[in-house]
Design a protein around this ligand. Structure first.
Ligand code: ADP
Length: 207
């Protein structure tokens, strides 16, 4: 966040004199309290200053990175879950390719006949199978999918920042959001992708 000259002056005053009231900051800058109101609002909303009723403003000593990190930690996967595209394990590679085009996603999640999450198939997995000369009309996706114990997934209660870290660490573009069934198997409830994270990031700056 880029601060203007007046906001920077306010920070300096609060750093050296805080806690200090809005009136006193205004006096030091030879301005009215009303003129300062928008700047003080920006500085408190961004977390650089904090305001205590009847005490005044004080400097939080948080770096801008820490402020952004604290902000990101507030978001849960539940609020950003998108619709998962799920296919059955017997589907042919050809049909999986058609699904990926029609649904405009990068990854398909695969379930078995009981509805349990059993695999993931990405664009590159499908491309690789086609290039290797698999008979894409008869070979089912189970042959080429990534399966347990190599699957990465998250739950609705996880933080978005954890999902982002997992996608970076595993070098994957999306994650299924799952819920554990009573028998311990996993049911797919949603999806989060790198695009979701990018949208959240952009929305933070719009705010
Ligand atoms: P692409 O390969 O199309 O660029 P990804 O980067 O998401 O897409 O996938 C890379 C590899 O990781 C693929 O082999 C895919 O099967 C696998 N993969 C994708 N998502 C997951 C996941 N959630 N858990 C385990 N493996 C995954």
């Amino acid at each position: 966040m880029e601060l203007n000259k007046r906001q920077q002056q306010i920070i300096d005053i609060v750093k050296h004199n805080g806690p200090i009231t809005g009136e006193h900051i205004a006096d030091r800058l030879d301005l009215t309290r009303a003129t300062l109101r928008p700047d003080l609002a920006i500085l408190t909303m961004s977390g650089i200053l904090e305001a205590r009723p009847r005490v005044g403003y004080y400097y939080t000593n948080k770096s801008q990175n820490k402020i952004i990190a604290d902000e990101l930690k507030k978001y849960h996967v539940r609020e950003y879950a998108s619709h998962p595209i799920i296919i059955k394990n017997g589907m042919s590679i050809y049909d999986a390719i058609c699904t990926i085009f029609m649904e405009d996603v990068s990854t398909l999640f695969i379930i078995n006949e009981k509805g349990d999450f059993v695999g993931v198939c990405s664009r590159k997995d499908l491309l690789r199978a086609s290039m290797m000369g698999e008979d894409i009309h008869t070979t089912p996706v189970d042959i080429i999918m990534t399966r347990m114990p190599n699957l990465s997934y998250i739950s609705m209660d996880d933080k978005v920042i954890y999902a982002a870290q997992l996608m970076i660490e595993k070098e994957i573009d999306s994650l299924p959001i799952v819920q554990q069934k009573e028998n311990g198997n996993l049911e797919i409830k949603g999806r989060i992708s790198k695009t979701t994270i990018t949208k959240l990031f952009v929305s933070l700056f719009k705010e």
